[in-house]
Write a protein that binds this ligand. Structure first.
Ligand SMILES: *Cc1c(COP(=O)(O)O)cnc(C)c1O
Length: 341
């Protein structure tokens, strides 16, 4: 089976597993796991940030970042398709007691003007705006990326209005690879960044939240109360270190393969359109066939993807998807029968 449902489906490579077997570990809740500390410091320093916090998931790093940079009754600005809003179980309201201002960006990409227009005035009727959260790459926008100048301009708006600026960087290295920007440039503009290790980077588990010393100190207390303190987590952290060392540059391969899939889909008679492909996500809109019909035909031919909205399907390329598999998928897509309406 060729699994293109998500870049989370990857398994550790033999070399990664080897490093996991060798990891030096201790009890990280006692602050005694040297490998967890190495991962936290390494990730922070890549982004030019002071400190990092290793967490079990990207959802947890996002939720902690929101909790640490808001007070109950305040408001968070984000795109309406954001992971923090759509796919984190209502955690904004549940964990942080905040409201949310949903914007309609271009493929999920916000402009500085939209952000500024949606900051509430200082008036007791309105919730106080305190945090802006961007997603890069933008999952629901087909893996769309921000340009550095867009990020700079939004960061300026945040600075002017004393707002924190969080980055949901579940696929931040895909964005950096595609744009050629440096992680340190992102570190200058965001107050916190969630860096996912278990998506394109291919580690089995984990995300690191990076930010200032003070933010991460508060984040550590929140992680504890969320139940995210982990003991001999060095076995997992070392997989993240390995991924940062060896699995970043190769992301451009995933991007190339995604472009080939998109070109193939565009020519299929059961596809009306394909979102522009910038990274490793391909979203196609179907016609005369429902996503569930399409996906079951596809699965019958040994390929998995996911439904992504009413008429859309999503394919995500990743570390375990080879050129040989790409050729097979292209073949399957070309031969898929069009269902009668
Ligand atoms: C996957 C993802 C996350 C975090 O997901 P976890 O499964 O909790 O690690 C956050 N944001 C985006 C955009 C994602 O795609």
């Amino acid at each position: 089976m060729i699994d293109l449902r998500s870049d989370t489906v990857t398994r550790p490579t033999p070399a990664m597993l080897e490093t996991m077997m060798q990891a030096k570990v201790g009890d990280d809740v006692f602050g005694e796991d040297p490998t967890v500390k190495d991962l936290e410091n390494k990730t922070a320093s890549i982004f030019g940030m002071q400190a990092g916090l290793f967490c079990p998931s990207g959802t947890m790093t996002n939720q902690i970042a929101i909790r640490a940079q808001t007070q109950p009754q305040q408001e968070v600005i984000c795109d309406q398709r954001s992971h923090i809003y759509l796919y984190e179980g209502g955690g904004l309201a549940y964990n942080s007691l905040v409201s949310v201002r949903l914007l309609n960006g271009v493929r999920g990409i916000l402009s500085p003007e939209m952000v500024e227009e949606n900051i509430n005035p200082d008036d007791a009727h309105f919730p106080e705006t305190s945090l802006v959260s961007l997603e890069n790459t933008m999952n629901k926008g087909g893996g769309a990326c921000y340009t550095l100048s867009q990020i700079e301009a939004i960061s300026e708006v945040c600075h002017k209005h004393s707002l924190a600026l969080h980055l949901d960087g579940a696929r931040v290295f895909n964005a950096l690879q595609a744009t050629g920007d440096s992680p340190a440039q992102y570190g200058e503009h965001f107050s916190s960044i969630s860096v996912c290790l278990s998506k394109g980077l291919g580690a089995p588990v984990g995300s690191v939240l990076v930010g200032s010393q003070d933010l991460i100190r508060r984040a550590r207390r929140i992680r504890k109360v969320f139940g995210g303190g982990m003991r001999q987590a060095g076995y997992l952290a070392v997989a993240g270190i390995y991924a940062l060392d060896y699995h970043v540059k190769r992301l451009s391969k995933d991007h190339e393969r995604a472009r080939v899939l998109a070109e193939t889909l565009k020519k299929c008679d059961y596809v009306t359109s394909v979102m522009p492909v910038e990274t490793n996500i391909v979203i196609a809109t179907l016609k005369d066939i429902t996503p569930s019909q399409f996906l079951s035909q596809l699965e019958g031919k040994g390929v998995k993807a996911v439904a992504f909205g009413k008429q859309d399907v999503r394919f995500v390329t990743h570390l375990d998807f080879t050129d040989e598999q790409l050729n097979r998928v292209v073949d399957v897509l070309k031969k898929l029968d069009r269902q009668p309406a």
